[in-house]
Design a binder for this molecule. Structure first.
Ligand code: ZN
Length: 152
């Protein structure tokens, strides 16, 4: 295992063991529930969007280290960002999963996400990594601060 892989693995395990923005929001949120049946990952994502800005974001759920660490990183990356910028990051994350090189600037200088770039080499795990980003995309596309539940 290369040193870089080892570093990436540590970043992933750190987010898995100490997830950021895990929990539930009370008011004015959009809730998206998604799961990844191939691995058994489940995520419930809550967003507060105000004037096109992601004011707050929380997630709950359970699953493998890839899915949960990706959710933790995603919430940190998009917090306080414009909805359009958040969607752009979701697109960049998708291209990273297709094997395109990751540039930390792509995620607003939030470098932890690069730790997931190696997942592109394991096609069976890509859905684990993209689950949270798909939930974000749905939330931003549907949401404007209304209470709304979306189940898939
Ligand atoms: Zn998984």
């Amino acid at each position: 295992m290369s040193q870089l892989d080892d570093l990436y693995r540590r970043v992933i395990m750190d987010h898995y063991k100490t997830p950021r923005n895990r929990g539930e929001l009370e008011e004015g949120s959009v809730t998206i529930n998604l799961n990844n049946p191939t691995c058994g990952d489940r995520i419930s994502l809550q967003l507060v969007l105000e004037e096109g800005i992601v004011r707050n974001v929380r997630f709950t759920g359970e699953g493998c280290s890839i899915s949960m660490s990706s959710a933790s990183m995603m919430t940190e990356a998009v917090m306080g960002k414009h909805a359009a910028e958040a969607l752009e990051m979701a697109d960049k994350f998708s291209s990273m999963m297709k094997g395109d090189s990751a540039d930390s600037a792509d995620f607003g200088d939030y470098e932890d996400i690069e730790a997931l770039s190696g997942v592109s080499k394991f096609p069976a795990r890509i859905k684990c990594a993209t689950l949270a980003w798909n939930a974000l995309r749905k939330g931003v596309e549907h949401g404007s601060g209304k209470h709304e539940g979306i189940e898939e």
